[in-house]
Design a protein around this ligand. Structure first.
Ligand SMILES: C[S@@+](CC[C@H](N)C(=O)[O-])C[C@H]1O[C@@H](n2cnc3c(N)ncnc32)[C@H](O)[C@@H]1O
Length: 391
């Protein structure tokens, strides 16, 4: 059968992420040789081949999805959506005995039921494949196989192959989540947003399930985070990408090195957290790069050379109670002053009132979203010998 989808054709590719992440994602894309063509608050458009998208799935640390454009068209109505989607040669992409899922992002005042466009796209795909092959694939909400994404804005529509399927943040290493774990892509964005590049020591008191320390180790060891999982949506399509995928994985693996990785320390006062963090680091293959210590955050041993220290304390909205947490935030200020001269201290929190208890002047406040909660990464430059005051 002739292959109608050309994986070597450069086409519009939408790389999505959480709010506030695009500037960090843009740096990642540029470092991989991709120029941003367009950007909004949750995505960056680039031009890429499907083959390049496989590389992006392996290497991007802060992206959620890599969407490769299959078709775009004028779409004034659901009828036009059906006709245009049915015109695409799906029988060359989706096996008739497979399973696919349709997701969408619709901004059209005429459509009030957000599930309806998904149903129209699903019907158009199934009808097309049935007509051309005599058999029909199944469909549903499971994203672990082929995922087709529709963006419909006003009278324009874009239909993408979601190259990764399951969100890229699901790296596969977090077998034990412990309490309030950070999403892996958020942890990577916090590190990169803090300026961490893996060349200085990193200390992560209050490590919980270890996400920040594990992502730091992946950055320092130049390990492509996408190597940690094997299931990607493109692998379920009819496109023959096995050799390309194998070469991309081999090349990505060659970039990784444990040589010269500066110290990475993770501590928590809860032994269950340390147990979870160790297990997760082992699954991620970076346990040899992280020293785990069970202790109060203020007793975390600091490497001789200064670097970055990041704490993600509970912030009273989901866990713990604000008044109980106030002394902890006050102690973080003391800890920075007494134990961290010369270090860049960072606190990731979603509670402004509590952050004021730290009592030091921030040099930077970087916004992030953690689920639906607006958070800040507060940065304190702890210059050796300088006086820090309330800011
Ligand atoms: C919000 S969780 C951190 C989640 C972590 N970023 C992750 O991705 O799993 C906060 C952690 O701080 C720890 N913690 C709270 N108070 C502490 C203290 N005084 N000393 C050490 N750890 C503490 C808790 O045990 C918990 O694991």
């Amino acid at each position: 059968m002739s292959q109608s989808v050309n994986p070597h054709k450069k086409t519009l590719t939408r790389v999505t992420c959480a709010p506030y992440i695009p500037p960090i994602l843009r740096d990642e894309l540029e470092a991989l040789g991709h120029e941003a063509q367009n950007e909004d608050h949750v995505a960056i458009d680039i031009g890429a081949t499907l083959v390049e998208c496989l590389d992006l799935c392996l290497k991007l640390r802060t992206a959620h999805h890599v969407l490769w454009l299959l078709s775009r068209f004028r779409c004034p109505s659901p009828e036009a959506l059906y006709t245009q989607v049915a015109a695409f040669p799906w029988e060359t992409l989706i096996p008739n005995d497979s399973f696919f899922c349709v997701t969408s992002n619709v901004t059209n005042p005429k459509i009030d039921n957000t599930m309806y466009p998904n149903l129209v796209v699903k019907d158009a795909i199934v009808d097309r494949i049935t007509k051309h092959t005599g058999a029909r694939p199944d469909s549903g909400s499971d994203r672990s196989r082929i995922v087709i994404h529709l963006t419909w804005k006003g009278d324009r529509a874009w239909v993408y192959l979601n190259v990764n399927g399951v969100r890229l943040s699901d790296r596969g290493y977090r077998k034990l989540p412990h309490d309030a774990p950070m999403r892996e892509t958020l942890a990577a964005a916090v590190l990169l947003g803090a300026g961490y590049d893996g060349t200085r020591p990193f200390v992560n008191p209050m490590c919980g399930s270890g996400t920040l320390a594990i992502e730091a180790a992946l950055i320092a060891a130049k390990r492509a985070p996408g190597l940690l999982r094997s299931n990607y949506a493109f692998g379920h399509t009819m496109l023959d990408l096995d050799d390309t995928w194998r070469s991309a994985r081999v090349a990505a693996r060659k970039l990784g090195t444990s040589e010269g990785v500066p110290p990475i320390l993770a501590s928590d006062h809860d032994p269950r957290a340390i147990e979870a963090a160790k297990r997760n680091a082992k699954t991620a293959g970076v346990d040899h790069l992280i020293e785990f210590i069970e202790c109060d955050f203020a007793d975390t041993p600091m490497p001789d050379e200064p670097g970055d220290v990041i704490l993600n304390p509970e912030y009273g909205l989901r866990l713990g109670d604000q008044s109980v947490l106030e002394p902890t935030y006050e102690r973080i200020g003391d800890y920075f002053k007494q134990r961290c001269p010369g270090w860049s201290g960072h606190v990731f929190t979603g509670n402004r009132d509590l952050s004021k208890r730290i009592g030091l002047r921030t040099s930077r406040r970087t916004p992030f979203m953690n689920s639906q909660i607006e958070c800040r990464l507060l940065t304190y430059e702890m210059y050796s010998g300088s006086r820090q005051t309330q800011g």
